[in-house]
Write a new protein. Sequence first.
Length: 209
Amino acid sequence: MLSFIKFLKQNSRSLNHFVSRIREGRWLKTSHGRRSPVGRVLYNEEWKIARQISKIPFIDEDEYGKEIHSFKPKLQLLGVIIDFGGNYQMVVDNILSSFLSSLTAENGAAFYRKLKRTSHKFPSRLTMCIRKVNWLRTRLGGYRSPGSCILYGPEWESICPFTLLPFNDESDNFYGKGIHEYKKELKKMGIVLEVKGIHALLFFVNEDN
């Protein structure tokens, strides 16, 4: 198929109608079955961490072989995403639907462990998005962004009786106590660890209620 597109282009044939039909068909084999080429991803090292924590439909290189990388311009013509740059929002959308919104003690720990052990740099733009979206479960119910959450510890005991604070849900149904092993990674995401500087998160309990 890609060779045929290359042939048409080299021979100055009109591609518009042909390409539009090809873009609509579910013929491209990906990590999630046959899909249309639009919005699918050709894997490279930039996508390494994103592939570990999301369900992005990458092109199946076992099916097409490494030589598929020689068809990058044709793949882009069909709507395939080649580079990570500029496409981080798509990565975040896939993470939200497939991973972050369903974090539990088990897979949450796995996520933090991957961040801790990986030798690859976590993309800064992806980090920024993860810090902004509401995906962390708190004791107050609902989900918040990391910067609006607190990791509970002994130093918080004195102010807990008269405040309502968004501590991470450490129950067995969500993150569990093991989340404390990943303080460094959590801090990078923006989660509050220390009492100082939390005035924006404070909500005082009305004693009349």
